[in-house]
Design a protein around this ligand. Structure first.
Ligand code: IMP
Length: 182
């Protein structure tokens, strides 16, 4: 746990400490290693929020899995909430057809981003397609969506740090925290 001296002044409280994140990501890595042992796995990070989780998760997956890495970026659903369709801004460089694909995301909130994105990816005929999210706010769903791998279920609070931002800020915080309200 950081001391007060290292806690960002805009953070009201730490929801998930560095230790808690490290321990849970190690467990997720072990689970993925068991589930994909002997297979070739294309891990797709959704930019930008997944970057820190992705880096830690990759290092928690054992050599039993032949891991390949790719990234994509999608538009926010703002303005398209009625359809729940997101636009792919940066596409994969690898072809997912016939591959085991694992999408890595920072947080599932309404579920609109990932339900749309997984539908888009499924159309490209992967052999399998699963989602691993660090955080899940199940109370906030606007569309049914259940990721197979979840780091932590959290309450309906806006969180930042460990890759997650507010207006592009706070991504570098090594913990997940709740912002102080102004
Ligand atoms: P969705 O609502 O499930 O479509 O989530 C879309 C995106 O909203 C996530 O990938 C995050 O980038 C962002 N988001 C949702 N909740 C939070 C939060 O508490 N903090 C930071 N970003 C969030």
């Amino acid at each position: 746990m950081p001391t007060d001296a290292t806690l960002h002044p805009d953070i009201h409280k730490i929801l998930l400490s560095e230790d808690a994140l490290r321990a849970r990501i190690r467990e997720l890595g072990a689970q993925l290693t068991r589930d994909y042992a002997g297979r070739r796995l294309l891990i797709v990070g959704v930019l930008k929020g997944s970057l820190i989780f992705m880096a830690d998760l990759l290092r928690a997956i054992g050599p039993e899995v032949d891991v390949h890495v790719d990234f994509l970026a999608v538009s926010s659903y703002a303005g398209t909430a009625s359809t729940g369709t997101v636009r792919v801004l940066l596409d994969l460089r690898e072809n997912p057809e016939g591959r085991d694909v694992l999408v890595v995301e920072d947080i599932v909130d309404t579920g609109l981003t990932l339900s749309s994105l997984t539908e888009t990816l499924r159309a490209r005929k992967p052999r399998s397609l699963e989602v691993c999210t660090l955080l899940d706010k199940p109370e906030c769903r606007k569309t049914p969506f259940s990721p197979k791998y979840v780091g932590f279920k959290i309450p309906n609070e806006f969180v930042v740090g460990f890759g997650l931002d507010y207006d592009e800020r706070y991504r570098q915080l090594p913990y997940v925290g709740v912002l102080r309200t102004p």
